[in-house]
Design a protein around this ligand. Structure first.
Ligand code: DX5
Length: 213
């Protein structure tokens, strides 16, 4: 049985001056929102910290994608702010013991756990903990900015992961639109993060629906 499709708009492309209204308007159509946390170090861009999550009043599941060099040092503040899913990058935490400690700390804080991999990171780089996480985020652009072109080569990794782990959630992020989501679904992905395609659309409800079909 394929996993149900989930959509997590990334607020990176929302009108940040009206973030609460932006989130409220899409809330009925989505499974959660993703907050792209960038530290200006792990990636070139600098975005939001935990206070933004804390300010949001929503029942939506908040997924914090930590594109930061030291996710363990930042974890408590994101949990306290209300993030219920936390994804850290394989490239930021390389040691198996460190990964396991971080996974345990995230779970202890009441959140589910994801591990993210950049387009040039092989699946073998997460073999040590892939069986211990709830979700693998297969980046289909190099993280840092929205509105980049989808890298189709990563679909091979999705196929590999899906063949080994039928029940593991596989999230795609970067250049996801109606067309590329179709390719991702065919490869076995079930969870879609999209920023510009959703927030720049005239009809956001239709854009969101188009990622499910
Ligand atoms: C990339 C971020 C993505 C990005 C996606 O660094 O992790 O969430 O904002 O943007 P789009 O959907 O516009 O490619």
């Amino acid at each position: 049985m394929p996993l149900p499709i989930k959509i997590f708009p990334s607020i990176l492309s929302a009108d940040l001056a009206h973030l609460q209204e932006e989130v409220d308007a899409i809330a009925p159509y989505v499974d959660g929102i993703q907050v792209d946390v960038m530290d200006g170090h792990f990636v070139k861009n600098l975005t939001f910290g935990a206070p933004v999550i804390k300010c949001l009043k929503t029942n939506l599941l908040i997924d914090a994608h930590l594109m930061v060099t030291n996710p363990a040092d930042r974890l408590e503040e994101f949990l306290a702010a209300g993030a219920k899913h936390i994804t850290f990058h394989a490239e930021a935490v390389k040691d198996t013991k460190d990964r396991q400690n971080l996974i345990a700390a995230i779970r202890k804080g009441g959140a589910t756990v994801g591990i993210a991999m950049n387009p040039d990171t092989p699946v073998t780089a997460i073999d040590d903990v892939i069986g211990e996480v709830d979700l693998v985020l297969v980046m289909s652009v190099f993280p840092g900015f929205s509105n980049q072109k989808f890298i189709a080569d990563v679909l091979e990794k999705v196929r590999t992961i899906r063949s080994r782990f039928p029940d593991l959630s596989i999230q795609m992020d970067g250049g996801v639109d109606a067309e590329t989501a179709k390719l991702c679904r065919a490869a076995g992905a079930d969870n879609f993060v999209s920023a510009s395609y959703i927030f720049k659309a005239k009809d956001r409800k239709a854009a969101i629906a188009s990622l499910r079909i």
